[in-house]
Design a protein around this ligand. Structure first.
Ligand SMILES: O=C(O)c1cc(=O)[nH]c(=O)n1[C@@H]1O[C@H](COP(=O)(O)O)[C@@H](O)[C@H]1O
Length: 237
């Protein structure tokens, strides 16, 4: 069964527990980001693991290679399933991230999947060119960063669904594409720019979708989760 990765963008464990209570015994693939991790630290990871959830720890590391390597060694010890870096840190940093993860992964356990953020889904081509002084098109830039990530040995990238077909073509079917910026047709767009529905993400070939507010801010989170999952699985459009 395909499950969306649910972004647990909550201020503390209390709100996480209230949210997860809607799901009863069901285990999810969840994402812990900066907001929650900076408040609760590693205890939130241990709590979610004890409940049987799979975890994407989204801390988007971006620093000098030595610092990223040491940080990744510590994240690997936590036993999470997926971690990420910013591809803008360059190939030496991405290779160092992988080395740190390999060193920190406990004996007999699998190394967490390591992916690189290409261009945030909240970034438009116009802003990227005007503010960041990247002159290429957004699609070319994302594709270039994806190739850098692959050359560095990473398992995949975070990108928008819109860039997935080109990445698949260039990097192959096994290269993981994790796509946030997912919205149901009548949802608020909020701060996202490069968005798509779960159905469109399936058509375009995303490996995983990340869904936050469409589920976490819904009046009935379980219902919202089911609707997203059905579109993502292709049982509804
Ligand atoms: O790395 C990420 O997860 C990420 C990368 C990106 O380019 N865009 C993006 O939205 N995200 C994360 O995905 C989640 C999207 O949340 P919603 O916009 O509420 O669905 C947030 O937790 C973001 O931090």
């Amino acid at each position: 069964m395909r499950t969306p990765i649910v972004a647990l963008d909550f201020p503390s464990q209390k709100e996480v527990e209230q949210f997860l209570a809607h799901f009863g015994e069901e285990t999810l693939f969840v994402k812990v980001g900066m907001e929650l991790f900076y408040r609760e630290g590693t205890s939130i990871i241990n709590y979610l693991k004890e409940q049987g959830h799979r975890i994407f720890l989204d801390l988007k590391l971006h620093d000098i290679p030595n610092t990223v390597k040491s940080a990744m060694r510590n994240l690997a010890i936590l036993g999470v399933d997926m971690v990420n870096v910013h591809a803008a840190g360059g190939t030496n940093m991405m290779k160092a991230a992988l080395e740190g993860l390999q060193e920190g992964t406990p004996e007999g356990k699998e190394r967490p999947i390591c992916i690189a953020v290409t261009q945030l889904t909240s970034t438009s081509e116009e802003v990227m060119q005007r503010e960041l002084w990247i002159e290429k098109s957004l699609e070319e830039t994302v594709l270039h960063y994806a190739k850098l990530a692959q050359d560095s040995g990473l398992d995949g990238v975070v990108c928008s669904t819109l860039e997935v077909p080109k990445i698949r073509e260039a990097c192959g079917e096994d290269f993981v594409t994790v796509t946030p910026g997912i919205r149901m047709a009548d949802d608020n767009v909020d701060d996202q720019v490069r968005i798509a529905t779960p159905a469109r993400a399936r058509e375009l070939g995303s490996t995983y979708i990340v869904v936050g507010r469409s589920i976490t801010k819904a009046g009935q989170p379980l219902e919202a989760y089911k609707k997203v999952t059905q579109q993502w699985e292709g049982t509804t459009v």
